[in-house]
Design a protein around this ligand. Structure first.
Ligand code: ATP
Ligand code: MG
Length: 410
């Protein structure tokens, strides 16, 4: 029999790690809701071609990272490796084009068959946003500022920088591709086998290779920024001016490209130096051609996604939970009253910890462990006189209060 353990690259999320992940998602949702984004939940699996056709057939995700399987009906399905393709599929199949712009956010598990290491899992959680239907640089500015404000709300703005680049429109990218191929062909012997193959199918992907020999060649490759046409330059200029206007610090990195095929114009990453090689915590860009390519109308789009676990690892402090009130019974005969009092307090809005067993001392230890700020102590003699003892667990001070006044007194 196989051992009872989790699959390599997957984790059980509980305790402090779960609290932190929950906080990351809560702050992200709060931030993007201020910008009018609404939550969407799409299925965790889709027809394989939703990803295979649209992420690019030479991308790492499609060539080696997808969890693809055949279901009992013989359909080829894939556990989603990212969020955008499924949302665009939904945008098209639900007819959302009628009411543009569409602003959506999502969170949930993603699956990639990768080599597990710190910050790199086979099941991980992303939070992401997509803005569909806005072709002007205003969308880029708002979407990037939203990412920055979210990380600021997590207290990470000092350890994170926005890196940004422009890949230009289709005309610019076509011109660039030609130059790049010319350059790469003069270095073909130095490239990895994989990149030599990409050179034929999708040369832009070579720029994003993680192989050292490729990185070495790419270092001197022609730059996107030297090949943008006027319209693309102007678009990028407006994006940067908007970020300046909002006081969002950024660094133009003209070597920044993105791993998936669908990007155009603005691409960006929020990077920290605190996580070693897995330093990218949030990444995104504009994907003006994707919706049309997937069979929808000519609708532009832009979005980003962040790794919830990677962000959680950057939070040094545990999340403070609201402190409860402890209800402590002394003796068997106060059992029913204690249940009723706990119930009344919870209905009045208090968090109540109710240690289920032990003598007075043991129950008080449990109350302190639960970080209760106050204890309601129930003894049968006092109760028959209509009183309980209310103890402040921070100061140790205690007094008798009328049962009827308890909610008011706490
Ligand atoms: P990388 O270059 O690190 O492989 P990527 O380009 O594949 O990243 P995206 O597809 O842009 O990543 O995903 C957005 C974010 O999701 C990343 O910046 C990262 O924070 C997180 N992420 C991606 N893959 C993983 C993974 N395997 N485990 C944990 N987090 C991940
Ligand atoms: Mg990757």
């Amino acid at each position: 029999m196989t051992k009872i353990q989790n699959v390599r690259g997957t984790y059980d999320l509980y305790g402090e790690a779960k609290r932190k992940a929950k906080k990351v998602i809560a702050l992200a949702s709060q931030t993007v809701e201020k910008y009018g984004f609404e939550e969407i939940e799409t299925p965790i699996f889709e027809f394989t071609e939703v990803f295979a056709r649209n992420l690019g057939d030479t991308s790492d995700v499609v060539t080696k990272e997808m969890y693809t399987f055949q279901d009992r009906g013989g359909e080829s399905l894939t556990l989603r490796p990212e969020g955008t393709a499924g949302i665009v599929r939904s945008f098209i199949s639900q007819g959302m084009q009628q009411n543009l712009p569409v602003k959506l956010y999502y969170t949930g598990p993603m699956f990639r068959y990768e080599r597990p290491q710190k910050g790199r899992q086979r099941q991980f959680t992303q939070f992401g946003v997509e803005m569909l239907g806005v072709e002007t640089p205003q969308a880029d500015i708002e979407v990037i500022s939203m990412a920055y404000h979210f990380l600021e709300s997590l207290g990470l703005n000092d350890s994170v920088v926005v890196e940004i680049n422009s890949l230009g429109d289709k005309e610019s990218r076509d011109a660039y591709r030609e130059k790049l191929v010319g350059y790469l062909k003069t270095h073909i012997d130095e490239l990895s086998a994989e990149s030599r193959e990409r050179l034929e199918k999708n040369p832009l992907r070579v720029l994003d290779s993680k192989e050292d020999c490729d990185k070495f060649v790419v270092e001197n490759a022609p730059l996107y920024s030297d090949n943008l046409n006027e319209a693309s330059k102007n678009f990028f200029k407006q994006v940067l001016e908007g970020l300046d206007l909002l006081g969002i610090p950024y660094r133009v990195n003209d070597r920044l490209v993105r791993g998936l095929d669908y990007y155009s114009h603005t691409v960006f990453e929020l990077i920290t130096d605190k996580l070693g090689a897995q330093g990218t915590v949030l990444a995104g860009g504009r994907y003006d051609g994707l919706i049309e390519q997937m069979g929808g109308g000519n609708v532009p789009g832009i979005g980003w996604a962040c790794g919830v676990e990677r962000l959680s690892m950057l939070l040094d402090k545990d999340v403070d939970l609201p402190r409860p009130v402890a209800v402590i019974e002394v003796g068997e005969d106060v059992h029913d009253t204690s249940l009723q009092i706990s119930d009344t307090l919870r209905r009045a809005g208090f968090r109540v910890e109710h240690p289920y067993s032990g003598n007075l001392k043991k129950r008080m230890i449990k109350a302190n462990k639960a970080n209760a700020y106050s204890a309601v102590i129930l003894g049968s003699d006092e109760l028959s006189a209509g009183n309980v003892t209310l103890k402040n667990l921070d100061t140790g001070e205690q007094r008798a209060v009328k049962l009827a006044d308890l909610v008011k007194e706490i």
